[in-house]
Design a binder for this molecule. Structure first.
Ligand code: 26Y
Length: 820
């Protein structure tokens, strides 16, 4: 459908011209990066036409639009994905081939847009892809960080963080929209002024500092439907050109401050995932993008509508976790102080417009801002939250008279802190969790008080992933094979995958399917050879755990089990053992000491085991440096086993689990997050489940009764592995290197229970499940059947399904159509 646009000769001409005009070079002289820029700009030409057409359609139809507010958008690379969604990948590949250019190599020149940490940020990116593909009007709103997620280097086994200067060569797909710049104000005081005309108090912020927010738009291309939505990310600039005006006005210091403020605000993504630190700069980032986005949203709305009391009819705002919760108070502020609404009118609009998604129950991830910091930085916003809180407490007292305990637990402002989750729930018209189990835990444990008072707000939206990036782009061999067997309907309707079930007993189909996995394992082996210098056996079981490093995700359990297997092989060299490659990929937050120790441990175990000739390569351990969206696509395609081994109840959903399933890797996991629903779809017999249930974990947490030293002293194999942390086996004789990890398992420190994440408790059951994996893998055809069943049953886990549920139950958007 885009073929007219990608008339080959014209496209080739365009690429040549771009290289000439941008770099004064010929194709032969251009560097890889220059070719990437030139190709991307040629592609952008076409994108722009559809982007304009989509905007024109939105102008005409005035559809209800969702604004997805998120501190993180983990987009990965754009070029390949854009070509895929324009259904122009093959044509462009051929055109470039004819010019002697390999599209794969061009794609590899692009830095990942890593404006996110992990699951929450990547979910936002998948949602944008699905929204555009389903033809729903949507804006992603976020921050244009100068530095995204750090690049990870492994030096001497340790993680080293390197700045990610992703904009260094320019971002070919973005467009700067200077004309939509907005002012955002911080600090100062609020003067209250009575206006006798309107008989209202006006709240006037004075002596503030401000920055200029400038939006950059990135196209979000729907698959094969000509819809192009927008990801709008904000850059910050100083508001005054201080060299002239301010200096002359004698206000030099203030001008420099504003310049610095602007530079600081968008400088870098906080690399903490699930661990709140209360940093003032982070609150500034939040207010910065929320205020700018809401101002722009109101301007856009008012172009067509004169009554802001009806905002919710055309606009809905989804808050991706609590990070954008300032939207509640900022919208109140704009409606009252700028638009002149009364409190009740503004509250009515706000509470029909904003909705909240919760992504975690980990207490340490909850955002709670100290009052003094908050009120100094955002004085007017703080007043508004105080008033919301006052009215909310009144309501609690009406509903639950005399229950001051409840008031204390539910208040928005309490113990010197502003509790963002409470504000989000009180103001949101919808509160959702991200997998069925997670939502149930929210309703009955973590947010029980809120659920008691407003059960109608709570709903579940099980996460999903986009099959366009994680199969069609990431695994072309399997994508083609699937299309050959069931047609290409799966690309926009993943439930079609169930048609593959008729091949699960077909030996020829299974053999082809297995061969594709093998080819993908060769591709990953080559990547690992080039990037890690380690040779791995493509016939071994590729057992993969890739995700952020977190204690609750239990990479530690995985590596302890590897240590245990190694002991077994050393003790019984004659024992049957199917060769395994344990593959890890994980970034640790820079300040998360224990997570970094775990990375070092994995690398140390890798060193010892990979260099032990006596085990004949039965086990290899690989830590893939700098796990990110672009190499994830290669890793998922090649995986045999998907490690999803979080302590039950801790992983809200997980989305990597779904990407593995889509690529035919059975889950080895706990009954946690979306694993529960994966097993429900694929069947227990096609997964390897182990460990405590979430109810058992929660019971131990609430009532005690778990003592890891009972296990340590009674299970010889476990004691041996745990002791190896402090006997120097994996530390060249150093007994202190892993002392903290050892202590975390068997010693209570202060308020932290020993083995908080039930690693020793689940160890045996994990080892048994691993044994079952080995048994199952030996029967190659039966294994392929399991793997293919995973592909056939993954339909539910498309983010298209998730988005359709958000639309049906929460957003109620109008669909748009764009003609070519
Ligand atoms: C407060 C701040 C430090 C913070 C920053 C990032 C708090 C949380 C996060 C990120 C959370 C996150 O990524 N959560 C994950 O969301 C995924 C998408 O819903 C889930 O699949 C995954 O289980 C959950 O851990």
């Amino acid at each position: 459908m885009y073929s007219k646009r990608f008339e080959k000769e014209a496209f080739k001409e365009e690429v040549k011209n771009n290289i000439k005009n941008l770099y004064r070079k010929t194709i032969e002289e251009a560097t890889g990066r220059q070719i990437f820029q030139a190709v991307s700009l040629a592609v952008k030409e076409t994108v722009i036409d559809y982007w304009l057409a989509t905007q024109a359609e939105m102008e005409k139809k005035d559809p209800k639009t969702v604004y997805y507010m998120s501190m993180e958008f983990l987009m990965g690379r754009a070029l390949g994905n854009n070509l895929i969604n324009m259904t122009a990948y093959q044509e462009v590949k051929e055109a470039l081939d004819e010019m002697g250019i390999d599209l794969n190599i061009v794609e590899d020149q692009e830095p990942d847009a890593a404006l996110g940490n992990g699951g929450l940020g990547r979910l936002a990116a998948c949602f944008l892809d699905s929204l555009a593909t389903l033809g729903y009007p949507a804006y992603g709103c976020g921050i244009r960080y100068r530095y995204g997620m750090f690049k990870q280097k492994i030096e001497n086994g340790y993680q080293v963080e390197v700045p990610d200067n992703w904009l260094k060569d320019g971002n070919p797909f973005e467009i700067r929209r200077d004309e939509y710049a907005k002012e955002v104000r911080f600090g100062g005081d609020v003067r209250i002024e009575y206006d006798p005309l309107t008989k209202r108090n006006n709240f006037i912020q004075e002596n503030y500092s401000s920055v200029r927010a400038v939006p950059y738009d990135m196209p979000i291309i729907g698959y094969g439907n000509h819809v192009v939505n927008t990801l709008r990310i904000w850059d910050a600039e100083a508001i005054t050109d201080f060299h002239l005006d301010a200096f002359n006005r004698g206000d030099y210091r203030h001008a420099v401050e504003q310049e610095n403020l602007a530079k600081m605000i968008v400088d870098v993504l906080y690399p903490c995932d699930d661990h709140y630190a209360g940093k003032e700069l982070r609150l500034k980032q939040q207010y910065f993008f929320i205020s700018a986005s809401l101002q722009a949203l109101l301007v856009r709305y008012k172009k067509k509508h004169d009554d802001v009391r009806k905002l919710h009819e055309k606009v809905t705002i989804q808050m991706n976790d609590t990070h954008p919760t300032l939207a509640v108070a900022e919208l109140m502020h704009l409606l009252i102080d700028q638009e002149g609404l009364e409190w009740d009118e503004a509250w009515d609009v706000t509470t029909k417009t904003v909705a909240y998604t919760n992504h975690t129950i980990m207490a340490e991830a909850l955002e709670k801002w100290p009052i003094d910091l908050f009120s100094k930085l955002l004085p007017r916003i703080y007043q508004i939250i105080q008033e919301i809180d006052r009215r909310f407490i009144e309501q609690i007292r009406v509903r639950f008279p005399g229950d001051e305990g409840r008031v204390a637990r539910m208040a928005i402002i309490r113990d010197g802190q502003v509790k963002m989750a409470h504000l989000a729930i009180v103001a949101g018209y919808s509160v959702n969790g991200v997998a069925r189990l997670h939502t149930e835990i929210l309703k009955h444990e973590e947010l029980k008080d809120f659920y008691d008072m407003m059960p109608e707000k709570f709903n579940n939206k099980t996460n999903g992933i986009t099959q366009r990036r994680f199969l069609l782009h990431g695994n072309p061999l399997l994508a083609d094979w699937v299309t050959k067997h069931i047609g290409d309907g799966w690309i926009t309707d993943l439930s079609e995958m169930s048609k593959l079930k008729k091949y699960v007993d077909d030996p020829k189909a299974l053999a082809e399917f297995a061969e594709i996995k093998y080819q993908n394992k060769l591709r990953l082996a080559e990547y690992i050879r080039n990037n890690n210098g380690i040779e791995i056996d493509p016939r071994s079981i590729f057992d993969v755990q890739v995700k952020r490093l977190h204690e609750y995700k239990r990479q530690f359990l995985n590596i302890l089990h590897v240590m245990y297997l190694y002991n077994q092989i050393k003790d019984h060299p004659e024992m049957y053992f199917y060769p395994r490659t344990f593959i890890f990929g994980a970034k640790a937050a820079a300040g998360y000491v224990r997570a970094k120790e775990t990375i070092k441990l994995i690398n140390s175990v890798a060193d010892v085991i990979n260099n032990d000739k006596s085990i004949n390569g039965k086990i290899k351990v690989v830590f893939i440096e700098d796990y990110r969206v672009s190499n994830a696509e290669i890793i998922f395609a090649a995986a045999d086993v998907s490690e999803q081994i979080s302590t039950a109840s801790k992983e809200a959903s997980g989305t990597g689990n779904m990407k593995f399933m889509l690529n035919g890797a059975p889950t080895l996991g706990t009954m946690d997050g979306a694993n529960v629903e994966i097993v429900e779809e694929v069947g227990m017999e096609n997964a390897f489940i182990f460990g405590l249930s979430s109810q058992e974990v929660i019971h131990f947490e609430n009532h005690g009764g778990y003592n890891p030293t009972d296990i340590y002293f009674n299970d010889w194999d476990i004691k041996r592995v745990v002791d190896q942390l402090i006997d120097g086996t994996y530390a060249n004789g150093n007994r202190e290197m892993y002392r903290d990890l050892y202590d975390s398992l068997v010693n209570t420190h202060g308020r932290e229970r020993a083995d908080r994440y039930f690693i020793l408790k689940d160890f045996r059951s994990y080892a048994d499940a691993q044994k079952r994996v080995e048994e199952a893998y030996k029967d190659r055809e039966a294994w392929s059947r399991k793997a293919l069943m995973n592909v056939a049953c993954c339909g539910k886990f498309s983010s298209d399904r998730t988005i359709q549920e958000y639309v049906d139950d929460i957003w109620h958007l109008d669909q748009i159509k764009v003609d070519a």
